[in-house]
Every structure is written in structure tokens, then in C-alpha cells.
Design a protein around this ligand. Structure first.
Ligand code: ADE
Length: 273
């Protein structure tokens, strides 16, 4: 059986994985347009990795401008079975201190419907299960890797995904807190939906960079503060990926690869090849 391929989608501050060997750049086109950038493929301790900077090199794309369908389609074309997303997030809980890692197990969608977030439509109707949007097996590996890398890590939690690009108002931030969410970001929900439809495992290493704007004793979130925390923690994020990759060299044993089994309603003979 071919060795599993691991995809990494890097967010703000993670624009490459160091330590890759046998590196190649792959420029892909997809039926949904161009991905954010060329994919970088290489070996990390013998494991095949495919890296994509979510916002493109030089950070050119707003969260709303990222072509999520193309990004995930490209990963599928390259044989990726599991995607590790690395994302900067705001903390919505006192105990999630900037610099901590959270491995969310739920998402809450507060995007404004501007993002194409399904491969279905145009005559093909499908409804995948999404009650548990994160691959529990992949999330467990990431949590263990984060602890082994020396990070303070939180297992589980709800990531609320806003449209951005502006950060939240204080009223929004306080309301989201009253809903019990743990972290806030701008990118993960379309990726998680599309990965599920593509039968790819998806989980996130969320790096808390700030307390958004709800905390009376902390400055309101600013890009400067976010980037400063990322700079301090990017080595840890890379260490987590490396440790996780070693654990992911085996075939997967979760249900993510069968997400479409009972999901497609359109009669098979009407689906174009
Ligand atoms: N990314 C990092 N911090 C954030 C915040 N407070 N809100 C939304 N996205 C973020």
C-alpha cells in the first residue's frame, strides 16, 4: 500500500516547513480555479508532506479571498489523506493564554455566506455528515505531539470562524464568549467542510495569539501582537508537525475516507465521470 501523504495548510506566520528534503514545487490547476500558491512537496523524516501557505506567499489573500475549493481539490489531486491546518486564533477563555495551543474538536460558522464551501451543486446533490467536523484520530495525534513538543495544549474546544477581515467588535466578542466558544479565527470552517467532502481527515493546530477584545486587563487584539506571538511560537508549530508526521506514517483507521458513502443523492448514472 502506498505511504500516506500528509497535507499541511499553513496560516499567518507559517509559510514553509523547514527540514523538508527532496523538495519539489507543484503548480496545479483545478476545476475551481487556482489554489493559493504552488504546493511544496517533500519528505519529513521519510514521510511525504505537501505544504500550502493558505494566504499565498507574501500573504496576498484575505480570508474571504482564499480559494478554499481549489486548495482542497489540489490536496486531493496530490493524494493527501490527512490535512493538518495551522492557524493563529484569538482566545475566548481566560485559561487559554496567548502562546498556548488548542486542538479544536468543533467549529461554529459565523462567516457571511461569501465563501464557496462545497464541491456539490451543478447537478450533483450530496449531504455529508458534519456533526463531528474534526478527525478525532488526527486531533489526538496533534494533541500528543503538542504536549511532546513542550507546548501547553488544550484538547478539544470550539473554534468560531468569522468572516473578517476586521476583528470583532467588543459586543460580538462578549456574545461569542457567552456562547461558550474557546477560540476565534477566520479561515477554518470552509476547509473543514471541503476536506470532509473530499474524504480527507482534517484537524487544526490553533495557536492562541491574543484575547480578542473581551479581556479588561489585556490590550485589544492587533496584528502586531498576533505576529509577535507567532514569531515566538513558529518553531513549536514546526516541531508539532514533525512529531505528528512520524505518528501518521501508517494507513488511517477512521471513517473520514468513507464520508461520501451514503452522502450523494443524485442517481449514479447522472453523475458525469
Ligand atoms: N486570529 C488571531 N487572533 C484573532 C482574533 N482575535 N479574531 C479573529 N482571528 C484571529
Amino acid at each position: 500500500m502506498a505511504q500516506p501523504v500528509i497535507g499541511v495548510i499553513g496560516g499567518s506566520g507559517l509559510y514553509e516547513i523547514e527540514q523538508l528534503t527532496d523538495i519539489r514545487e507543484v503548480v496545479l490547476d483545478t476545476p475551481f480555479g487556482a489554489p493559493s500558491d504552488a504546493y511544496v512537496t517533500g519528505l519529513l523524516d521519510g514521510v511525504r508532506m505537501i505544504f500550502l501557505p493558505r494566504h499565498g506567499r507574501g500573504h496576498r489573500l484575505l480570508p474571504s479571498e482564499v480559494n478554499y475549493r481549489a486548495n482542497i481539490h489540489g490536496m486531493k489531486q496530490l493524494g493527501v489523506e490527512r490535512i493538518i491546518s495551522v492557524s493563529a486564533v484569538g482566545s475566548m477563555k481566560e485559561e487559554i493564554v496567548p502562546g498556548h495551543i488548542v486542538i479544536p474538536d468543533q467549529f461554529f460558522d459565523r462567516t457571511q455566506g461569501k465563501r464557496a464551501s462545497t464541491f456539490f451543486g451543478e447537478g450533483v446533490v450530496g449531504h455529508v455528515q458534519f456533526a463531528d467536523p474534526v478527525c478525532a484520530d488526527l486531533a489526538a495525534v496533534l494533541y500528543d505531539a503538542a504536549v511532546a513538543a513542550g507546548a501547553v495544549a488544550h484538547k478539544g474546544g470550539t473554534y468560531i470562524c468569522i468572516e473578517g477581515p476586521n476583528f470583532s467588535t467588543r459586543a460580538e466578542s462578549n456574545i461569542y464568549r457567552s456562547w461558550g466558544v474557546d477560540v476565534i479565527g477566520m479561515t477554518n470552517i470552509p476547509e473543514a467542510r471541503l476536506a470532509r467532502e473530499a474524504e480527507i481527515c482534517y484537524a487544526t493546530v490553533a495557536l492562541a495569539t491574543d484575547y480578542d477584545c473581551w479581556h479588561a486587563e489585556h490590550e485589544d487584539v492587533s496584528i502586531e501582537a498576533v505576529l509577535a506571538i507567532i514569531e515566538h511560537n513558529v518553531a513549536t508549530a514546526r516541531d508539532i508537525i514533525r512529531r505528528a508526521a512520524r505518528q501518521l506514517a501508517t494507513p488511517r483507521d477512521c471513517g473520514c475516507g468513507e464520508a461520501l458513502k451514503y452522502a450523494i443523492m443524485t442517481q449514479r448514472d447522472r453523475i458525469p465521470e
